[in-house]
Design a protein around this ligand. Sequence first.
Ligand SMILES: Nc1ncnc2c1ncn2[C@@H]1O[C@H](COP(=O)(O)OP(=O)(O)OP(=O)(O)O)[C@@H](O)[C@H]1O
Length: 239
Amino acid sequence: MPQREKSQGIMGSESVKVVVRCRPLNDREKALSSKMVLSMDLQHCQCFIEKPGAVDEPPKPFTFDGTYHIEQTTEQLYNEIAYPLVEVSLTEGYNGTIFAYGQTGSGKSFTMQGVSDPAAQRGVIPRAFEHIFESIQCAENTKFLVRASYLEIYNEEVRDLLGSDTKQRLELKEHPERGVYVRDLSMHTVHSVGGCERIVEQGWRNRAVGYTLMNKDSSRSHSIFTVHLEICHTGENRQ
Ligand SMILES: Nc1ncnc2c1ncn2[C@@H]1O[C@H](COP(=O)(O)OP(=O)(O)OP(=O)(O)O)[C@@H](O)[C@H]1O
């Protein structure tokens, strides 16, 4: 599978990689008889965009670090893109971020949060929880502390989705060593995949949601879910 081989190098020399995912047409677009204008060459990680009606113009090509068309699942995307990122965090302690960007209704929540049925479309976040806790269970002579935080940026204001007052506006600060942080953001210790899922659900319920023309369940905000991992080697082969 050439694409898999290419994407397995996702943790290579460059620290930022960009992949693109295309979703199927939704009911509204089908009702409008909209036409898919995007095609992909998965092997070469290229997208081609046609200009509707411009039959003489060749489709415009764009190259990414990974391409996922409507047949590709979140399972595949996780294994190729997110797995290596979570794995280096667990084994080498690097920070990693997966940033989903796109207009309303483009599929950010579908990819990050996902759906439980079919199982192959479960999101990146629940998959990362399983990945982290499976590694913890297999690790010997090691203690882990897993904590989570969840914030929302809505109308330029930062709010703690897991805080006691989810309406309170929090301040952005800068620390000389730790860099930018959100003052008073609550951190929650989690012991299991189920515990992580409960926290995500709790925060998800507190998000600003609403209707947009493109997405009836639009989240209407930006959110950042962070898993903070502390690892302590306890055995004789301590590093
Ligand atoms: N790859 C996909 N396969 C099938 N359905 C998808 C896919 N991506 C998105 N969808 C569907 O498209 C709709 C919009 O997706 P989603 O809510 O994830 O968009 P969003 O980018 O999070 O939007 P918003 O920014 O408004 O919150 C949902 O009904 C979702 O199930």
